[in-house]
Design a protein around this ligand. Structure first.
Ligand code: BES
Ligand code: ZN
Length: 461
């Protein structure tokens, strides 16, 4: 291991300002910017305005731009020497709902540090990681009064609800967003101390399935046995999604998949992954899924169909003899290259139509989707990132895949026609989307140093 070293002026500034950097991040994390809930619309605007203010304060020209949903924060610094490249940094200021609140050790929107972990909703996904970039940029502007390349910062408020309005936004502002590369920190490192660059993300097709039966709930003694139970009908439908071996049984589901190359699969096998540690981390005795694949292959290279939520009948304390009038499930498929949300929507609808039992009405609605993404990691931005990560973390970078989705990554590539660097500073087990979400304070510091070093490295190329 080589000793971590980034340029002395940047290191000195980041060290000297460490407390303020944390204090300001705490302010950001205290704003409950939950994009999924309309009661938080005011908080969404407050978070966007707060961020615009910070970007303005460090020397960017920044504005919040309304969309059909939550506003986009767009900031620019374009005073680099002639011929310098332009990079777009993307992040999201919205967060997932914090519920169930009672499972948080400290309140979701009162940031608290315990054992080197900063706990708060949005700490890792993605306010903390977005903050890494803001402060890395400030380090340059505050110490040198300049940056080696032009920078656009685009922060959206709808990532956690499918980024519906961002694709049209990027198309509409394509000229203004023109750049040479996109950089995103909204993912995790493979393990503590091991800097990681992502080479793939899964896509998503998200559904709501509604089953309706009798006009209202019924007495299960007076009617049960003679009336089809929507809860049971839904259970039957869900049970057809997989076969006994754990493969998805929706006709055509796997047909279009473009397999990962042998080289990528070989690289994956080399990563020090332990099923035993993985099981311990999530608290299960055994693992499941498709037979014939390693756990990492299942997570990064194979599609899924999962129930995300179920609702029917009486779920309160004690017993209530009722035959529910309706049942609902939220179901989502993670997709891999070759699959598309539109095609999977067709297959899902055809499948449910085929298996829906008589006596109930079944409705499948596609809520949102995103394309999968896989990239070749060649070019100056990737080389620069490897050097910057080595400088900050003192270790070589590993290339990893990811099971989660960031729908906009493919949009950037397609519309702006530039490479996208995904370099994340989260860690496994950091509880994104769950109670007690945290980010490692060491990674916040390391991330800021790496991203500050990135801009110097990028123009060296
Ligand atoms: N930051 C995550 C995606 C992610 C998770 C990347 C873990 C790498 C590791 C992102 O904020 C997210 O949660 N995305 C959603 C997208 C969906 C709502 C379209 C997801 O994956 O569920
Ligand atoms: Zn998320």
């Amino acid at each position: 291991m080589t000793k971590p070293t980034i340029p002395a002026d940047l290191e000195q500034w980041l060290s000297a300002n460490d407390q303020r950097i944390h204090d300001e991040l705490f302010e950001f994390l205290r704003i409950p910017s939950v994009s999924a809930r309309s009661e938080h619309n005011g908080d969404m605007r407050a978070a966007a305005d707060w961020l615009r203010g910070k970007l303005t304060a460090i020397g960017f020209t920044a504005e919040t731009i309304p969309t059909a949903g939550h506003p986009v924060v767009l900031a620019e610094w374009k005073k680099a020497p002639a011929g310098a490249p332009t990079v777009l940094v993307y992040g999201h200021y919205d967060v997932q709902p914090p519920e169930p609140l009672e499972l948080w050790t400290s309140p979701a929107f009162e940031p608290t540090i315990r054992d080197g972990k900063l706990f708060a909703r949005g700490s890792v996904d993605d306010k903390g990681q977005l903050w890494i970039h803001v402060k890395a940029l400030e380090a340059h502007l505050a110490t040198r009064g300049t940056l080696p390349c032009n920078i656009i910062v685009l922060a959206e408020g709808e990532e956690e609800v499918g980024s519906e309005n961002l694709e049209p936004f990027i198309r509409q502002h394509a000229q203004r967003l023109a750049c040479d590369a996109v950089v995103i920190s909204d993912s995790t490192m493979f393990a503590p101390g091991i800097p990681s660059i992502l080479s793939s993300l899964r896509g998503l097709a998200y559904f709501q399935i509604d089953v309706t039966g009798p006009a209202s709930d019924l007495h299960s003694g007076m009617y049960g046995g003679a009336v089809v139970n929507p809860g049971m009908a839904l259970a039957r439908i869900l049970a057809t999604f997989h076969d006994a071996r754990g493969k998805v049984a929706i006709k055509g589901f796997y047909d279009a998949i473009k397999p990962f190359s042998a080289a990528v699969r070989k690289g994956m096998k080399k990563l020090p992954f332990s099923d035993v540690r993985f099981k311990k981390e999530i608290g299960v005795k055994s693992l499941g899924g498709e037979p014939g694949y390693t756990t990492l292959e299942k997570l990064w290279t194979r599609p899924t169909c999962e129930v995300n939520g179920l609702l029917s009948g009486y779920t309160g304390e004690g017993a209530k003899t009722v035959l529910p009038g309706k049942a609902m499930a939220k179901v989502s498929c993670r997709l891999v290259p070759g699959q598309s949300p539109a095609k999977i929507e067709k297959l899902m609808k055809a499948h449910v139509k085929k298996v829906a039992p008589p006596g109930v009405t079944v409705h499948v609605q596609h809520l949102h989707g995103g394309h999968p993404w896989r990239a070749e990691l060649d070019g100056p931005i990737f080389d620069a990132a490897r050097r910057a990560l080595r400088a900050a973390f003192g270790k070589e970078t590993v290339i990893v895949g990811e099971g989660g989705s960031i729908p906009v990554v493919g949009d950037f590539e397609r519309i702006l026609k530039v490479p996208v660097l995904l370099v994340g500073f989260g860690l496994p087990g950091e509880n994104a989307h769950a109670p007690d979400e945290w980010i490692s304070v060491a990674n916040l510091r390391g991330g800021m140093r790496a991203m500050a070093a990135l801009w110097d490295e990028y123009v060296k190329a």
